[in-house]
Design a protein around this ligand. Structure first.
Ligand code: UT7
Length: 325
């Protein structure tokens, strides 16, 4: 008997406060024109003082559970992707677990920065495939506003806060016949040699404080275009599929130019690429599930559609997931 995971609900949450490029330009040497041209970002959401990653995660999770017609007590696994946990320990996932009323199973965080959601999805999918979990909540939640150096115009204009979540349920994989629905495959990679081009200059074992994000943007850009193209090919060929079979690309939202280059590579019309970067900026692990929730919520992604997700982030880490909705 083999199992496969299906996505049965999506949810998202964005903090209320919106910070426009114009607002940033009033306190930094930057401009709306530069930010839009180089990144596609027009605004970002920023968490209120005292509003934590777990708060954003719980809101997104409640919406995903409502869409799935389930409650927290029905879950046996939570995997939460974040690089901005509430505390160094325990895992933010356990806070979310208690607030959702889930008392059994297990809950833990994964840390792969902007690739975090793909890593978390792959982890939960593998738990389900091997029969160790039946209903899993996969969350990407971040408060990057707390680790930005607001004096560094090269990084602080790029990121935003938010959370997205999906519920996975175990289904018997019948094999053969009509194409199966659910997570078809996940593909993860890391190359720690590139640590220094995207990292946070603090942490419990390094400085004892949480530190600020540092990035060599051009270098990261170069790796992103190259590595994402590779992993997308890997995901398609592992399933005997071609780019023309795709209904949707749901990419990590780091830079509009990276997203457009992937769309061109796959020869996908712009209408098949889900873009939220203009309104959300880069929300790290939250960006893919936020984009998914939007496209599922407004009816663009429909049952039976073939959806490709991809992301790259600090580590470097990168990955892709192919899902028949
Ligand atoms: O999610 C994880 C993965 N992250 C990414 O994939 C991010 C990848 N990188 C990028 O998206 C881009 O490299 C950036 C958007 C970060 C930067 O764009 P760029 O075209 O690579 O610009 P640059 O860093 O080469 O900077 C060009 C110029 C510089 O001025 P000079 O040296 O040419 O005089 C910067 O100082 O733009 C300047 N600059 C700015 N100007 C106005 C940098 N940031 C700003 C700013 N406003 N906010």
């Amino acid at each position: 008997m083999s199992f496969r995971s299906r996505v049965i609900g999506c949810g998202a949450y964005l903090p209320e406060r919106i910070v426009s490029n114009a607002e940033l330009a009033r306190r930094l040497d930057t401009s709306d024109e530069w930010i839009v041209q180089r990144t596609g970002i027009r605004q970002r959401h920023v968490a209120a003082p005292g509003e934590l990653t777990s708060d954003l995660a719980v809101h997104a999770a409640e919406r995903a559970l409502a869409a799935a017609g389930l409650s927290g007590a029905d879950l046996d696994l939570i995997v939460l992707a974040t690089a901005t946990p509430d505390n160094t320990f325990p895992a933010t996932a356990t806070k979310v677990q208690s607030r959702l009323g889930m008392t059994e199973g297990c809950a833990f965080d994964v840390q792969a920065v902007c690739s975090g959601f793909i890593y978390a999805l792959a982890t939960a999918d593998n738990f389900i495939r091997c029969g160790q979990a039946r209903r899993a909540l996969v969350i990407g939640a971040e408060t990057f506003s707390r680790i930005l150096d607001w004096e560094d115009r090269g990084t602080c204009v790029l990121f935003g806060d938010g959370a997205g979540a999906i519920v996975l349920a175990s289904h018997r994989d019948e094999g053969g016949g009509a194409p199966e629905r659910g997570v078809l495959s996940t593909h993860l990679h890391a190359d720690g040699r590139h640590h220094d081009i995207l990292y946070v200059d603090g942490g419990p074992s390094t400085t004892g404080s949480c530190g600020f994000l540092r990035m060599e943007g051009k270098e990261v850009f170069r790796h992103a275009v190259h590595r994402l193209a590779e992993v997308v090919d890997e995901a398609l060929s592992a399933n005997g599929l071609a780019a023309r079979d795709l209904d949707w690309l749901v990419p990590h939202q780091a830079n509009r130019r990276i997203i457009d280059s992937m769309g061109r590579k796959l020869d996908l019309p712009a209408e098949k690429v889900v873009v939220t970067i203009d309104r959300h900026a880069n929300t790290s692990a939250a960006s893919v599930p936020l984009a998914l929730a939007e496209a599922v919520g407004d009816g663009r992604i429909k049952p039976g559609h073939l959806v490709l997700m991809e992301a790259m982030g600090g580590g470097l880490t990168w990955g892709a997931a192919l899902v028949r909705w």
